[in-house]
Design a protein around this ligand. Structure first.
Ligand code: BGC
Length: 763
C-alpha cells in the first residue's frame, strides 16, 4: 500500500491526467498561512521536493544545466545569477511549467554592496554610526533589487574574537551589542518596510550559530562553548536580526558542542522555531549536507539528507541531495510527508513575503525595461559610498599631528595596495567591478590635482611567498605580481620617497587573505612589505601608513615606525577618495575599532569584555603567580572602541539621576562631551556596565549603549543614556535570564580602555 501510494506520488502528474492539468495558484489576496496551506494541498511530492533545492550558477553548474532542472520542476531558488535578462529567463521557465507555476526566488551574497561596494563589514562596524549602516543597507537593496534579486545572504553577524579567522572581515567585530545593533539596522534597511517592495531584498542572517568561534581561528573548525556564553554573547545578534524581521537564516558549517549545526535540531527547531518563533526559511550553507558525512554524523548521502531534513534544514544549498534522496526516504517512511510539508511551508512563506505570488516579476519589470548596460556608471551610488567609507577609517596614530596633510609640495605614494583596484573592494564584492573602484593613488591625485607632485612606486608585491600567491590565485587571478626583483622595486620606492616631502604607504593584506578559507597563524604584514616599510622609514621622511586588511593585524613594529597610521580595512568602490578625504582633512576621522588589535598572535583570543581572573596581573605591582605572559603584555595594542580624531574630545564625570534602581524602574547616566580642539568632528561615546558581585563571574565591562555625536569645535553636548534592569540581565548557572541585585559600575568613555565611572545599586 505504502509502495503504491509513494509510486503514484513519485511519478506524480506525469501519469495522472488530473494532476497533469494546469493548476492555478491560490488567490494571492489570502493571508499567508491560508495561502500556503492551499498551495501545499495542490502540490505533488516531486513539486514539493523541488521547492527545497537552492542551486548556484557557477562553473560546475552552468546556466544550461539549471534551465534543465527548472524545466523538471526541481528548483526552488537560484543564487549567483545577477543580471535581469538571465534571471528573467529562468523565472519565465518556472512560470511556464505545465502544471503549477511556483515562482523561483533569486539570491546573492550582497554583503557590503552590490554594484557600488561599501567598506567590508568590519569597516562598516567601525563607523559605529547607524545612519551610515542604514545607507549602505538601503543602497545594497536598491542595487540588488534593480538587478532582479529577491534575497541576500546577509547580514553576517558571527561574533569573532579571533583575528586569525579570515571571515572576521565579513562580520561586525567582537562585541555582541554593537553587532546586534548593526545587524538589526542592516535587516531593517535592506528589507525596508516590506521585503516585497520594489527596492527591498529579503535578508538571510548567517551563519547560525557561533561560526565565528571556530577553534584556533581555523575556518570550518569545531566550536565548543558554554551555554551561558552561547546565549549571552553569540546568539543575541542572530536573534536581533530575526526580531527585525529577517526572513532567512543560513545555517553554519561548524559543529557546536559536538553537533554540526546542519544536524542540530535543538538549534534549528527548539531555539529557532519554538523559542524564537521564526517562520522564515533555514538554508544549509554551501554543500553542508554532504559534509555531515565527513563530520561523522551520517554514514551515507541518504542518511545525511534524512538527518538534515529532520533537524530542520529547509533548503539544501548547492547540492542535489534532497532531490535525489528525499523521494526514497518518503517512500520508505523514514521521512514523513508532514516533515516535507513543514520545510516546503517555510519556503512558500518567504516567497509569499517576497511578494512573488502577486508578481513573480516585481524586481524584473517588463523585458524592455532592462538597463542597456548592466555595468553602467549611472547605476552606481558613489556619493553614498564615499560618505560611508570615510566614516569607516580609523586613525590609529598621529604623532605630532603629522595628519592632516596640506595640499602642497610633493608626496610619495608607495606600496602594493596603493593602486590595486581589486583589493580596495575587499572580498565578497558581489557584482562590484574592480575597474570602477578608486584606488588610494587615484584618490590622492583627485584630491590634490596639479597642486602637489605625486611620486608613485609599488615598492613591493603584497607577498613574495609563492605558495601563498598560488593559493590566493587558485580560482581567480586576483593578484598580479610585479615581475621585477624585490631590490629593483624597493630602489624605485626609496628614490620616490627621497624626492618627496612625505610618504604615504599602503600596506597590509590582499583582499583574498581575509576571506572564507583564509585563516592565518601569523597576523603580521607580510615580510616583504615590512622590509619596504623599514627602508622607507630609513629615509627619514614622515611616514604615513594606510593599512588595508580584513582582520586586526599585529602592528607593533608599524606602530613604532609610522608617524601616522590609518586603518582603512577594504573601503570599497570609493575607498581611494575616502582615504584622501581623511589624509587631507576634508573629513575628520571618527571611526572606532570594533575589534581589539592584539600585540601578537599569542594573545588570541583577546577581547575587552573578558571575565575577571582570581589572580589579576597588575602592571604597577607585578607578581609571579598572576594571570599574564612572561614574554608579552596582557593588553591589546589598540583596544576595542579606540580611534583618534584631528580634534580632541573631553568627557565630564558621569552623573547618575539616582544611585539606586528599582526592579521595575530605570535611571539615567549623563556626561558632557566637549569638542575641546580646533576642528569640527564626530566621535562615539560608549556606555559600559559591570556587575560587581553576582552568582557567576561577569565581564569586567560590557558595551550597552553608544552615541555617535558630531560637535563643532568648542561645542559641548550633554549625552544621556537610560539604564534599565533589562540591560543588567545575564544567564545564570541554571540558564535563567536574570538581573541580580547589587552594585553596578557605569562607565562612559571614547574607547573601552579609558572611561569615567559612577556606580549604582539595583534593588
Ligand atoms: C559561505 C556563505 C555564502 C555561501 C554562498 C558559502 O561558502 O560560507 O557565507 O553565503 O557560500 O555563496
Amino acid at each position: 500500500m505504502k509502495w503504491l501510494c509513494s509510486l503514484s506520488l513519485l511519478i506524480g502528474f506525469a501519469l495522472n491526467p488530473a494532476l497533469a492539468q494546469t493548476t492555478d495558484l491560490p488567490d494571492p489576496a489570502l493571508p499567508r498561512d491560508d495561502y500556503v496551506t492551499a498551495l501545499l494541498q495542490k502540490m505533488t511530492l516531486p513539486e514539493k521536493i523541488g521547492q527545497l533545492r537552492l542551486i548556484s550558477v557557477g562553473p560546475d553548474n552552468p546556466k544550461e544545466n539549471i534551465r534543465d532542472m527548472i524545466e523538471k520542476g526541481q528548483v526552488g531558488a537560484i543564487f549567483n545569477t545577477v543580471t535581469r535578462p538571465d534571471i528573467r529567463q529562468m523565472q519565465d521557465q518556472a512560470m511556464q511549467l505545465p502544471r503549477l507555476k511556483v515562482p523561483l526566488f533569486f539570491a546573492y551574497d550582497i554583503v557590503h554592496g552590490q554594484r557600488t561596494i561599501f567598506p567590508i563589514s568590519l569597516g562598516l562596524a567601525s563607523s559605529w554610526n547607524l545612519d551610515a549602516v542604514a545607507t549602505s543597507g538601503r543602497i545594497s537593496a536598491i542595487e540588488g533589487s534593480e538587478d532582479g534579486l529577491n534575497m541576500t545572504w546577509a547580514p553576517m553577524v558571527d561574533i569573532s574574537r579571533d583575528p586569525r579567522w579570515g571571515r572576521v572581515s565579513e562580520g561586525l567585530g567582537e562585541d555582541t551589542f554593537l553587532t546586534a545593533e548593526i545587524g538589526r539596522v542592516l535587516v531593517q534597511s535592506i528589507q525596508g518596510k516590506n521585503p516585497a517592495d520594489r527596492h527591498a531584498l529579503m535578508t538571510s542572517v548567517k551563519h547560525f550559530a557561533a561560526y565565528g568561534a571556530v577553534e584556533g581561528g581555523r575556518d570550518y573548525n569545531t566550536v565548543d562553548m558554554s551555554p551561558q556564553k552561547l546565549f549571552q554573547d553569540y546568539l543575541p545578534p542572530y536573534k536581533a536580526a530575526l526580531d527585525a524581521g529577517s526572513g532567512g537564516v543560513m545555517v553554519a558549517l561548524n559543529s557546536l558542542n559536538g553537533t554540526p549545526a546542519t544536524a542540530d535540531s535543538w538549534l534549528l527547531k527548539d531555539v529557532l522555531r519554538t523559542q524564537w518563533g521564526f517562520t522564515g526559511i533555514t538554508v544549509s550553507d554551501h554543500g553542508a549536507i554532504k559534509e555531515l558525512i565527513r563530520h561523522g554524523v551520517a554514514g551515507s548521502p541518504r542518511e545525511a539528507v534524512k538527518v538534515a531534513i529532520k533537524s530542520g534544514i529547509n533548503m539544501s544549498m548547492s547540492d542535489e541531495y534532497y532531490i535525489r534522496y528525499l523521494p526514497g526516504l518518503v517512500e520508505s517512511g523514514e521521512v514523513t510527508v508532514d516533515e516535507i510539508d513543514d520545510a516546503v511551508r517555510h519556503v512558500l512563506n518567504v516567497k509569499y513575503d517576497m511578494g512573488l505570488f502577486r508578481d513573480a516579476y516585481a524586481h524584473l519589470g517588463p523585458v524592455g525595461s532592462d538597463p542597456a548596460d548592466t555595468n553602467a556608471e549611472s547605476r552606481l551610488h558613489r556619493a553614498e559610498a564615499r560618505a560611508v567609507a570615510r566614516q569607516s577609517l580609523v586613525l590609529l596614530k598621529n604623532r605630532l599631528q603629522v595628519l592632516p596633510l596640506k595640499k602642497q609640495g610633493s608626496i610619495a605614494v608607495i606600496g602594493p595596495l596603493a593602486d590595486s583596484k581589486r583589493d580596495i573592494m575587499g572580498s565578497w564584492s558581489a557584482a562590484g567591478r574592480a575597474a570602477q573602484s578608486v584606488t588610494l593613488l587615484e584618490g590622492i591625485r583627485n584630491a590634490v590635482g596639479s597642486q602637489v607632485t605625486v611620486n608613485y612606486a609599488k615598492g613591493a608585491n603584497v607577498t613574495d611567498h609563492q605558495g601563498l600567491l598560488a593559493y590566493l590565485n587558485q580560482y581567480e587571478q586576483t593578484i598580479q605580481s610585479d615581475p621585477r626583483t624585490p631590490e629593483q622595486m624597493l630602489a624605485e620606492a626609496v628614490a620616490a620617497a627621497n624626492k618627496s616631502d612625505v610618504i604615504i604607504a599602503a600596506v597590509g593584506e590582499a583582499q583574498g587573505m581575509a576571506h572564507e578559507a583564509s585563516s592565518r597563524s601569523d597576523i603580521t604584514i607580510p615580510a616583504i612589505q615590512r622590509q619596504m616599510i623599514a627602508a622607507l622609514k630609513a629615509t627619514g621622511k614622515p611616514l604615513i601608513l594606510v593599512v588595508m586588511n580584513g582582520r586586526p593585524l599585529s602592528l607593533v613594529h608599524e606602530d613604532q615606525q609610522a608617524d601616522a597610521m590609518i586603518e582603512a580595512w577594504f573601503p570599497g568602490t570609493e575607498g581611494g577618495n575616502a582615504i584622501a578625504d581623511v589624509l587631507f582633512g576634508d573629513y575628520n576621522p571618527s571611526a572606532k575599532l570594533p575589534m581589539s588589535f592584539p600585540r601578537s598572535v599569542g594573545q588570541i583570543p583577546i577581547y575587552y569584555n573578558h571575565l575577571p581572573s582570581g589572580r589579576p596581573y597588575r602592571f604597577d605591582n607585578p607578581e609571579k603567580y598572576t594571570s599574564h605572559y612572561y614574554d608579552e603584555a596582557n593588553g591589546p595594542l589598540y583596544p576595542f572602541g579606540y580611534g583618534l580624531s584631528y580634534t580632541t574630545f573631553t568627557l565630564s564625570e558621569v552623573k547618575l539621576s539616582a544611585t539606586t534602581m528599582a526592579r521595575d524602574g530605570s535611571i539615567t547616566a549623563s556626561v558632557t562631551l566637549t569638542n575641546s580642539g580646533s576642528r569640527d568632528g564626530r566621535t562615539v561615546a560608549q556606555l559600559y556596565l559591570h556587575d560587581r558581585v553576582s552568582s557567576i563571574s561577569r565581564p569586567v565591562k560590557e558595551l550597552k549603549g553608544f552615541q555617535s555625536v558630531f560637535l563643532k569645535a568648542g561645542e559641548s553636548q550633554t549625552l544621556t543614556f537610560t539604564l534599565s534592569p533589562d540591560m543588567l540581565k545575564f544567564y545564570n548557572q541554571q540558564m535563567q535570564l536574570i538581573a541580580e541585585p547589587g552594585k553596578f559600575d557605569v562607565m562612559i568613555g571614547l574607547d573601552s580602555a579609558r572611561v569615567n565611572s559612577a556606580s549604582f545599586t539595583l534593588l
